[in-house]
Write a new protein. Structure first.
Length: 128
């Protein structure tokens, strides 16, 4: 079931979102200070291309540095990627087949807005 949902996801919005994450990651890697944001963007691009079967959990050792980078990330790229997720989810929700992927798309918003201090791991349960 995960494979089917991942294929539907890929064709109904995963690829454009993947490209957006790669774009913002490349922009972030231009400046030395924002290279960690670029790396986080590439990590999230890997997640957003094939999200079913993986989940996001908080890191136990996240601290003040994560909070500062989250603030910078949200201003530079997070807000725009969140808008992309909302727009894509609205388009996906138009069809019945797109509803599960639209819901998954909305579940990606917290990690999109604030990626630092989070870790992507394989999920052991169900569809999501």
């Amino acid at each position: 079931m995960r494979t089917i949902l991942n294929l539907i996801w890929f064709f109904l919005g995963g690829l454009p979102l993947f490209i957006a994450y790669i774009f913002f990651g490349a922009i972030a890697c231009i400046f030395i200070v924002t290279i960690p944001a670029g790396i986080a963007s590439f990590r999230m691009a890997n997640y957003v291309i094939w999200p079913f079967g993986r989940t996001v959990i908080p890191k136990a050792n996240a601290g003040v540095g994560s909070a500062i980078m989250n603030a910078m990330w949200f201003i530079v790229a997070g807000l725009w990627l969140v808008i992309g997720h909302i727009t894509t989810a609205a388009a996906q929700a138009v069809t019945i087949i797109g509803l599960p992927v639209a819901i998954a798309n909305l579940k990606l918003i917290p990690v999109t807005a604030f990626p630092f201090g989070k870790q992507i791991v394989p999920s052991d349960s169900g569809l999501f």
